[in-house]
Design a binder for this molecule. Structure first.
Ligand SMILES: C[S@@+](CC[C@H](N)C(=O)[O-])C[C@H]1O[C@@H](n2cnc3c(N)ncnc32)[C@H](O)[C@@H]1O
Length: 64
């Protein structure tokens, strides 16, 4: 029941439309610790959700 430090969600969100991606990102955000790391796939870009996750590498985001 503890919040997660790290989440790997790679090459899955590419199947979802923008609003669904946002819903999923909000759910992931809710269960992560501030400063936790989210690893995504190379074809995925969530820079629109910078209030939730800050880009820290090509495919790595930090939970805000
Ligand atoms: C390209 S594979 C990536 C697998 C793995 N995450 C990786 O990076 O190696 C895409 C995965 O997304 C899953 N997937 C696609 N649409 C989904 C959905 N609506 N709900 C849950 N999983 C889904 C598929 O079952 C598949 O396992």
């Amino acid at each position: 029941r503890e919040p997660f430090d790290v989440v790997f969600c790679r090459n899955v969100m590419i199947y979802f439309d923008g609003p669904t991606q946002r819903q999923v990102l909000e759910r992931i955000h809710r269960v992560m610790k501030p400063g936790g790391m989210l690893f995504v796939g190379h074809a995925e870009n969530f820079s629109d959700a910078r209030s939730l996750f800050a880009l820290r590498g090509k495919t790595v985001y930090e939970r805000v």
